[in-house]
Design a protein around this ligand. Sequence first.
Ligand code: DOR
Ligand code: ZN
Length: 441
Amino acid sequence: MILDNYLKLKVIKMDFWLKDCKIVPENIEVSIKIENGKIISLKKIAPRRAEIINMKGSVILPGLIDSHVHLRDPGLTYKEDFRSGTRAAAIGGFTTIIDMPNTIPPTNTPHAFLEKLKIAGKKSLIDFGFHAGLGKLADINKINKFKPASFKIYMDLIDTNFLDEIFSVLSKMSDIKPLISLHCEDKDIVTNNTNKEREKKKIKPEFYANARPPLAETTAVSNALSLAQKYGLTIHICHVSVKESVELINNAKKSNIKVTSEITPHHLLLNLNYLKKCGNFAKTNPPLRDNENKIELSYLSNIDIIGTDHAPHTITEKEKNMWDAPPGIPNLETTLPLLLTEINRHNINFADLKRLICENPSKIFHLENKGFIKEGMDADIVMVDMKKEGIINPDDFKSKAKFSPFKGFKVRGMPIMTMVRGEVVMEEGDVFKNKGKFVYS
Ligand code: DOR
Ligand code: ZN
């Protein structure tokens, strides 16, 4: 047990200090006063008589924010639910998640949004927000009042004409203009290529990547950027997978188009060979890319956030044939260990990590009290052990999805304690009860 005096604190629920925390990348030690779930002050030394949790010089990070998860609740809870999904999140050092709308029913009506609020309010162990889907255009204004993090559009599922209409409606909304998150793959290119690939007699994993080629992504990214410019709206491009998309987005930024970009751990750390090697366990949309197109770690400085796109499915579903198995990879428990490992290898640094998965998600999705360790913020804190080693083993996942293309990866650096608004929700792999809260209330 790391926090030898934590349980006592939990019983009496006093305000307390986290003593001797190492702040990175500055490498300074501070003690943090926490009162009613908020960070009250940061001092060099904790007062002698205070209630203390001794962090013994461990590295701490702001609680991680995952703005792209699929917790499948309601409707698909055999794959995941708010309890299992947020357990996995707490293990992975996440203190806030933003859930995607492709549940059953989809989160695209005021009623569905309120139902999801109730469910997450009961089951979520960490703080949460929701992206809304698009249903009837008349519902958009009503849903916007409930404060979705964004409206999510799957460009692989809708026609370009309809897209223009949606942007037009969103741009005319009376109050705050909503953010639009986009899955960028062009519907026509994906449909045509998929039909062509499916005609082949054999099935090879790489055919799936051919069915959704880089051009499908870059065409959709270009269209999305044009619409953002035409209607003056802010867009967030989810899971970029090819270098050219990053270049398109960064050029658009130079022309003052309001756009941000996201990458997943799998698009960053895996290539097409993993689709060949792991089959459907590495099947995801957009697909993994060959080295020529893939985004290298050195490109991270051009990207705004890391989102896990935690997309759980059952093994039985993944064992279907390549065309029928659902796409998606569960990542909540692998992302931070994988990134800490890259820090230990000097491929990325702590400043990047904090920017990509704490600070920028907070700024982009307007999470006022999250993402930073400073006075006035929620006491969302992760303690990491940079020397702790392990091997990724999906059998140990708290997520219901017990598979991963990262299976067998050796990691060095792991989260060992997760605190949400001053409450310890995870300590050395044990998860405790906690009541997560809607971040936009
Ligand atoms: O791989 C994916 N899985 N990409 C998506 O866009 C959806 C997701 C899912 O919900 O399973
Ligand atoms: Zn997704």
